[in-house]
Unconditional design. Structure first.
Length: 126
């Protein structure tokens, strides 16, 4: 499936834009497993597409809320094991994106810092 998405995106910028819209829509799913699968596809496309990187940078807050869930009113949906895996994968992606594209997209570095800070706060006892 991933290979098909990559081939489809290579066919033109309009396809890349459509892929972005579909992936963000799937990141809004009420199931963390679906969100995780969408994030994995997004991670592949970020390394290959300037359009995807630009869209991700301009929508970083939304993507953080849907994948890391740093705010208490933005809890990730069940199943719980998938929610944990989604959060961990999102943090891995943020680290990779900040390292590889942070110089061009400061939002990647800011998002990485915000997600790490929010995660540390969530781990502190009340």
């Amino acid at each position: 499936a991933l290979q098909g998405v990559k081939q489809w995106c290579k066919a033109g910028d309009a396809n890349v834009e459509s892929a972005w819209e579909v992936l963000v829509d799937r990141l809004r799913a009420s199931n963390s497993q679906t969100r995780l699968l969408s994030l994995n596809i997004l991670a592949e496309l970020v390394s290959r597409s300037k359009i995807i990187r630009a869209r991700l940078a301009s929508n970083m807050t939304q993507v953080l809320e849907l994948t890391v869930g740093p705010r208490s009113d933005c809890a990730l949906p069940p199943p719980q094991a998938s929610a944990r895996a989604l959060r961990e994968r999102a943090l891995e992606c943020l680290d990779a994106w900040a390292a590889s594209h942070g110089a061009q997209y400061s939002q990647f570095v800011l998002g990485q810092g915000y997600a790490r800070h929010a995660r540390l706060q969530a781990l502190e006892p009340a």
